[in-house]
Every structure is written in C-alpha cells, then in structure tokens.
Ligand binder design. Structure first.
Ligand SMILES: [Cu+2]
Length: 189
C-alpha cells in the first residue's frame, strides 16, 4: 500500500511534465505558422501591410473596405448576410478591411487561395465577437483571380455568409454567392 502511494507521488509531476511536452510544441507550431493578434473583440490572422507579393513591383492602391455582417443583411431565404457579397479591387492593391459585426453571435471574414509563401495556408482572416469590429490589412497579388471570402462558423456559409473578392478581371465566378451567382447544383425541390 505504502509503495503504491509512493509511486503515485513520484508519477504525478512526471505526468504533468509529459503533458506540457506534448501540448507545447503544437501550440508553438500554430503560433509560428499563423501571425495572429487576438483580444476579446476578435482576431486578425496573417495580416500583411508591407510585404509585396513577388509578382508586384509596388502597391497599386490602398482600398478601405468596411464590411457589415449580420441578420439584417440576409437576402431572402437566408439567415445571415454581408452588406455586399462581392468586392472588386485592383491587382497589387492593399486592402484595409474592417469587419463590423451587427449580430450577437461571432462572425468571420475568411479569405482563401492567397499565395502561401506570404499567407500561411493561403488565408487571411478576420473574426469578430458580437457587436464588435476588427480591422486587418493584406495585399493581393497581380493576377486576375477570384478569391472566396466566407464565415467558416458552423453553417454560416450556407446560411448566407459567402462572398468573393475579384482582383482585376477576376477568375471563374464562385457558385452560390448570394445575389451574385447560382448554385453549382440547382435545388430539385
Ligand atoms: Cu458567422
């Protein structure tokens, strides 16, 4: 009995230390890959105000975009909406984006498909608590392209929070952008 308790006393700190070793690198790895600022109002991930995409020789323009998000902007049949679902910007422009959340629930404006050498996982991401706002800056590349911007919180994309950033002449338009494009597969009912 005594020996058993003794072993447990020895074991407890060991387990705590092991836990720290196992969890710390994962945390550190995430910090390394994503440049993130975070407070109680929300989060800006992978902001880039200064580093030019390698295909751009200079910043072509500074574009300030205010995006309001919430139920009041939902189009017919949808639950949520952005105040607009398409943003047209020049190649190599610097976008200073403010996401204003008019709902109680959390929302995001998450951009995909950006160059991975500048934006980890190709993402730029704003996330804002209910009733708050966040501003973040990023620079788009030179090529004509269309980037998905959406809210990745459960079902919010399908419920209306899907948009596209059209750089220059744009690429292929994305399906199911509220007010912009039809679904890829029409409803059968
Ligand atoms: Cu959302």
């Amino acid at each position: 009995m005594n020996g058993c308790a003794c072993a447990r006393r020895w074991f407890a700190p060991f387990i705590v230390a092991l836990g720290a070793v196992v969890t710390m690198p994962a945390f550190a790895r995430d910090q390394h890959h994503h440049a993130m600022t975070l407070d109680r109002d929300g989060m800006v991930m992978n902001a880039n105000a200064d580093t030019l995409p390698e295909d751009c020789s200079e910043i072509s323009d500074n574009i300030e975009i205010e995006i309001r998000v919430g139920r009041d902007h939902a189009l017919r049949g949808l639950t949520y909406g952005f105040n607009q679902h398409e943003w047209r910007v020049p190649p190599c422009s610097r976008l200073i984006v403010t996401l204003v959340n008019e709902d109680e629930v959390r929302h995001q404006w998450m951009v995909h498909g950006l160059p991975r050498y500048l934006y980890p996982q190709g993402m730029f991401h704003l996330e804002v608590s209910g009733g708050k706002r966040k501003t973040g800056t990023f620079i788009v590349p030179s090529d004509d392209a269309t980037y998905l911007a959406h809210c990745d919180i459960s079902q919010h994309t399908e419920q209306g929070l899907k948009g596209q950033i059209v750089v220059g002449g744009g690429g292929d338009s994305l399906p199911s952008i509220p007010g912009i494009s039809a679904p890829r597969f029409p409803d059968r009912y």
